[in-house]
Design a protein. Structure first.
Length: 216
């Protein structure tokens, strides 16, 4: 919210993040848990070692109905084993916050993103993905706030998530060049557009310049 205010963008009414979308998806009626029930968190570090005998005799908690996978600094083999087992054998709902491959940082170090593939492959199950470009957030906005995609503009800094989200859901798109994608990426998308590398409707150097175009 402070970032919006610092850019003199005072017209926002709603801020929706993945946390709310995750919670609503876990609580969605018909998704193995009624909306009135709270979502309980079991996301603490597991022991990183264990024997085959211990792995084969894990006690499954019957209250767990949903496995939510995202960025996890405490990822371990045992945690992956448990997550895949709950999904495959106990038929738990599998939700992923996003499928980002790595965190966007400068330099030579690659910081891995979400651990979704590590769970998806052994569980042989595709997750419901909350993050862009998937439809959960746009459906939430349409249902909760009456969003009309034909009158909406998606602003983002990444072609394969933000701009792909706009293209998938019939929104106009504005790419700002102050984040992940750059001018060379736009030129490549213009020459070879694809679902993974879409060309934006508009682009600007930064979000600050976009804020100057908004009415006072």
């Amino acid at each position: 919210m402070r970032q919006f205010t610092s850019l003199s963008m005072h017209s926002h009414e709603r801020v929706v993040g993945r946390e709310e979308s995750d919670r609503r998806q876990c609580n969605k009626p018909g998704e193995r848990r009624e909306e009135k029930n709270p979502v309980k968190n079991r996301g603490y570090p597991d022991p990183t070692q264990g024997t085959l005998s211990e792995w084969l005799n894990i006690n499954f908690d019957p209250e767990i109905k949903c496995v939510l996978v995202g960025f996890d600094q405490h990822i371990s083999y045992i945690k992956i084993l448990k997550a895949a087992s709950y999904i495959k054998k106990k038929k738990c709902l599998f939700i992923a916050t996003n499928e980002d491959s790595n965190l966007p940082i400068p330099g030579d170090v690659i910081i891995p993103g979400t651990m979704v593939s590590a769970v998806k492959v052994p569980s042989q199950t595709n997750p419901v993905v909350i993050g862009k470009p998937h439809p959960v957030i746009i459906e939430l906005l349409k249902k909760r706030d009456g969003l009309n995609p034909s009158r909406a503009l998606m602003v983002g800094d990444r072609l394969n998530t933000d701009i792909a989200f706009a293209k998938n859901h019939k929104l106009k798109s504005l790419l700002v060049l102050s984040g992940i994608s750059n001018l060379e990426d736009i030129q490549e998308a213009e020459k070879n557009p694809s679902d993974e590398n879409p060309y934006p409707d508009y682009y600007l150097p930064s979000l600050a310049e976009f804020s100057q175009l908004l009415p006072n």
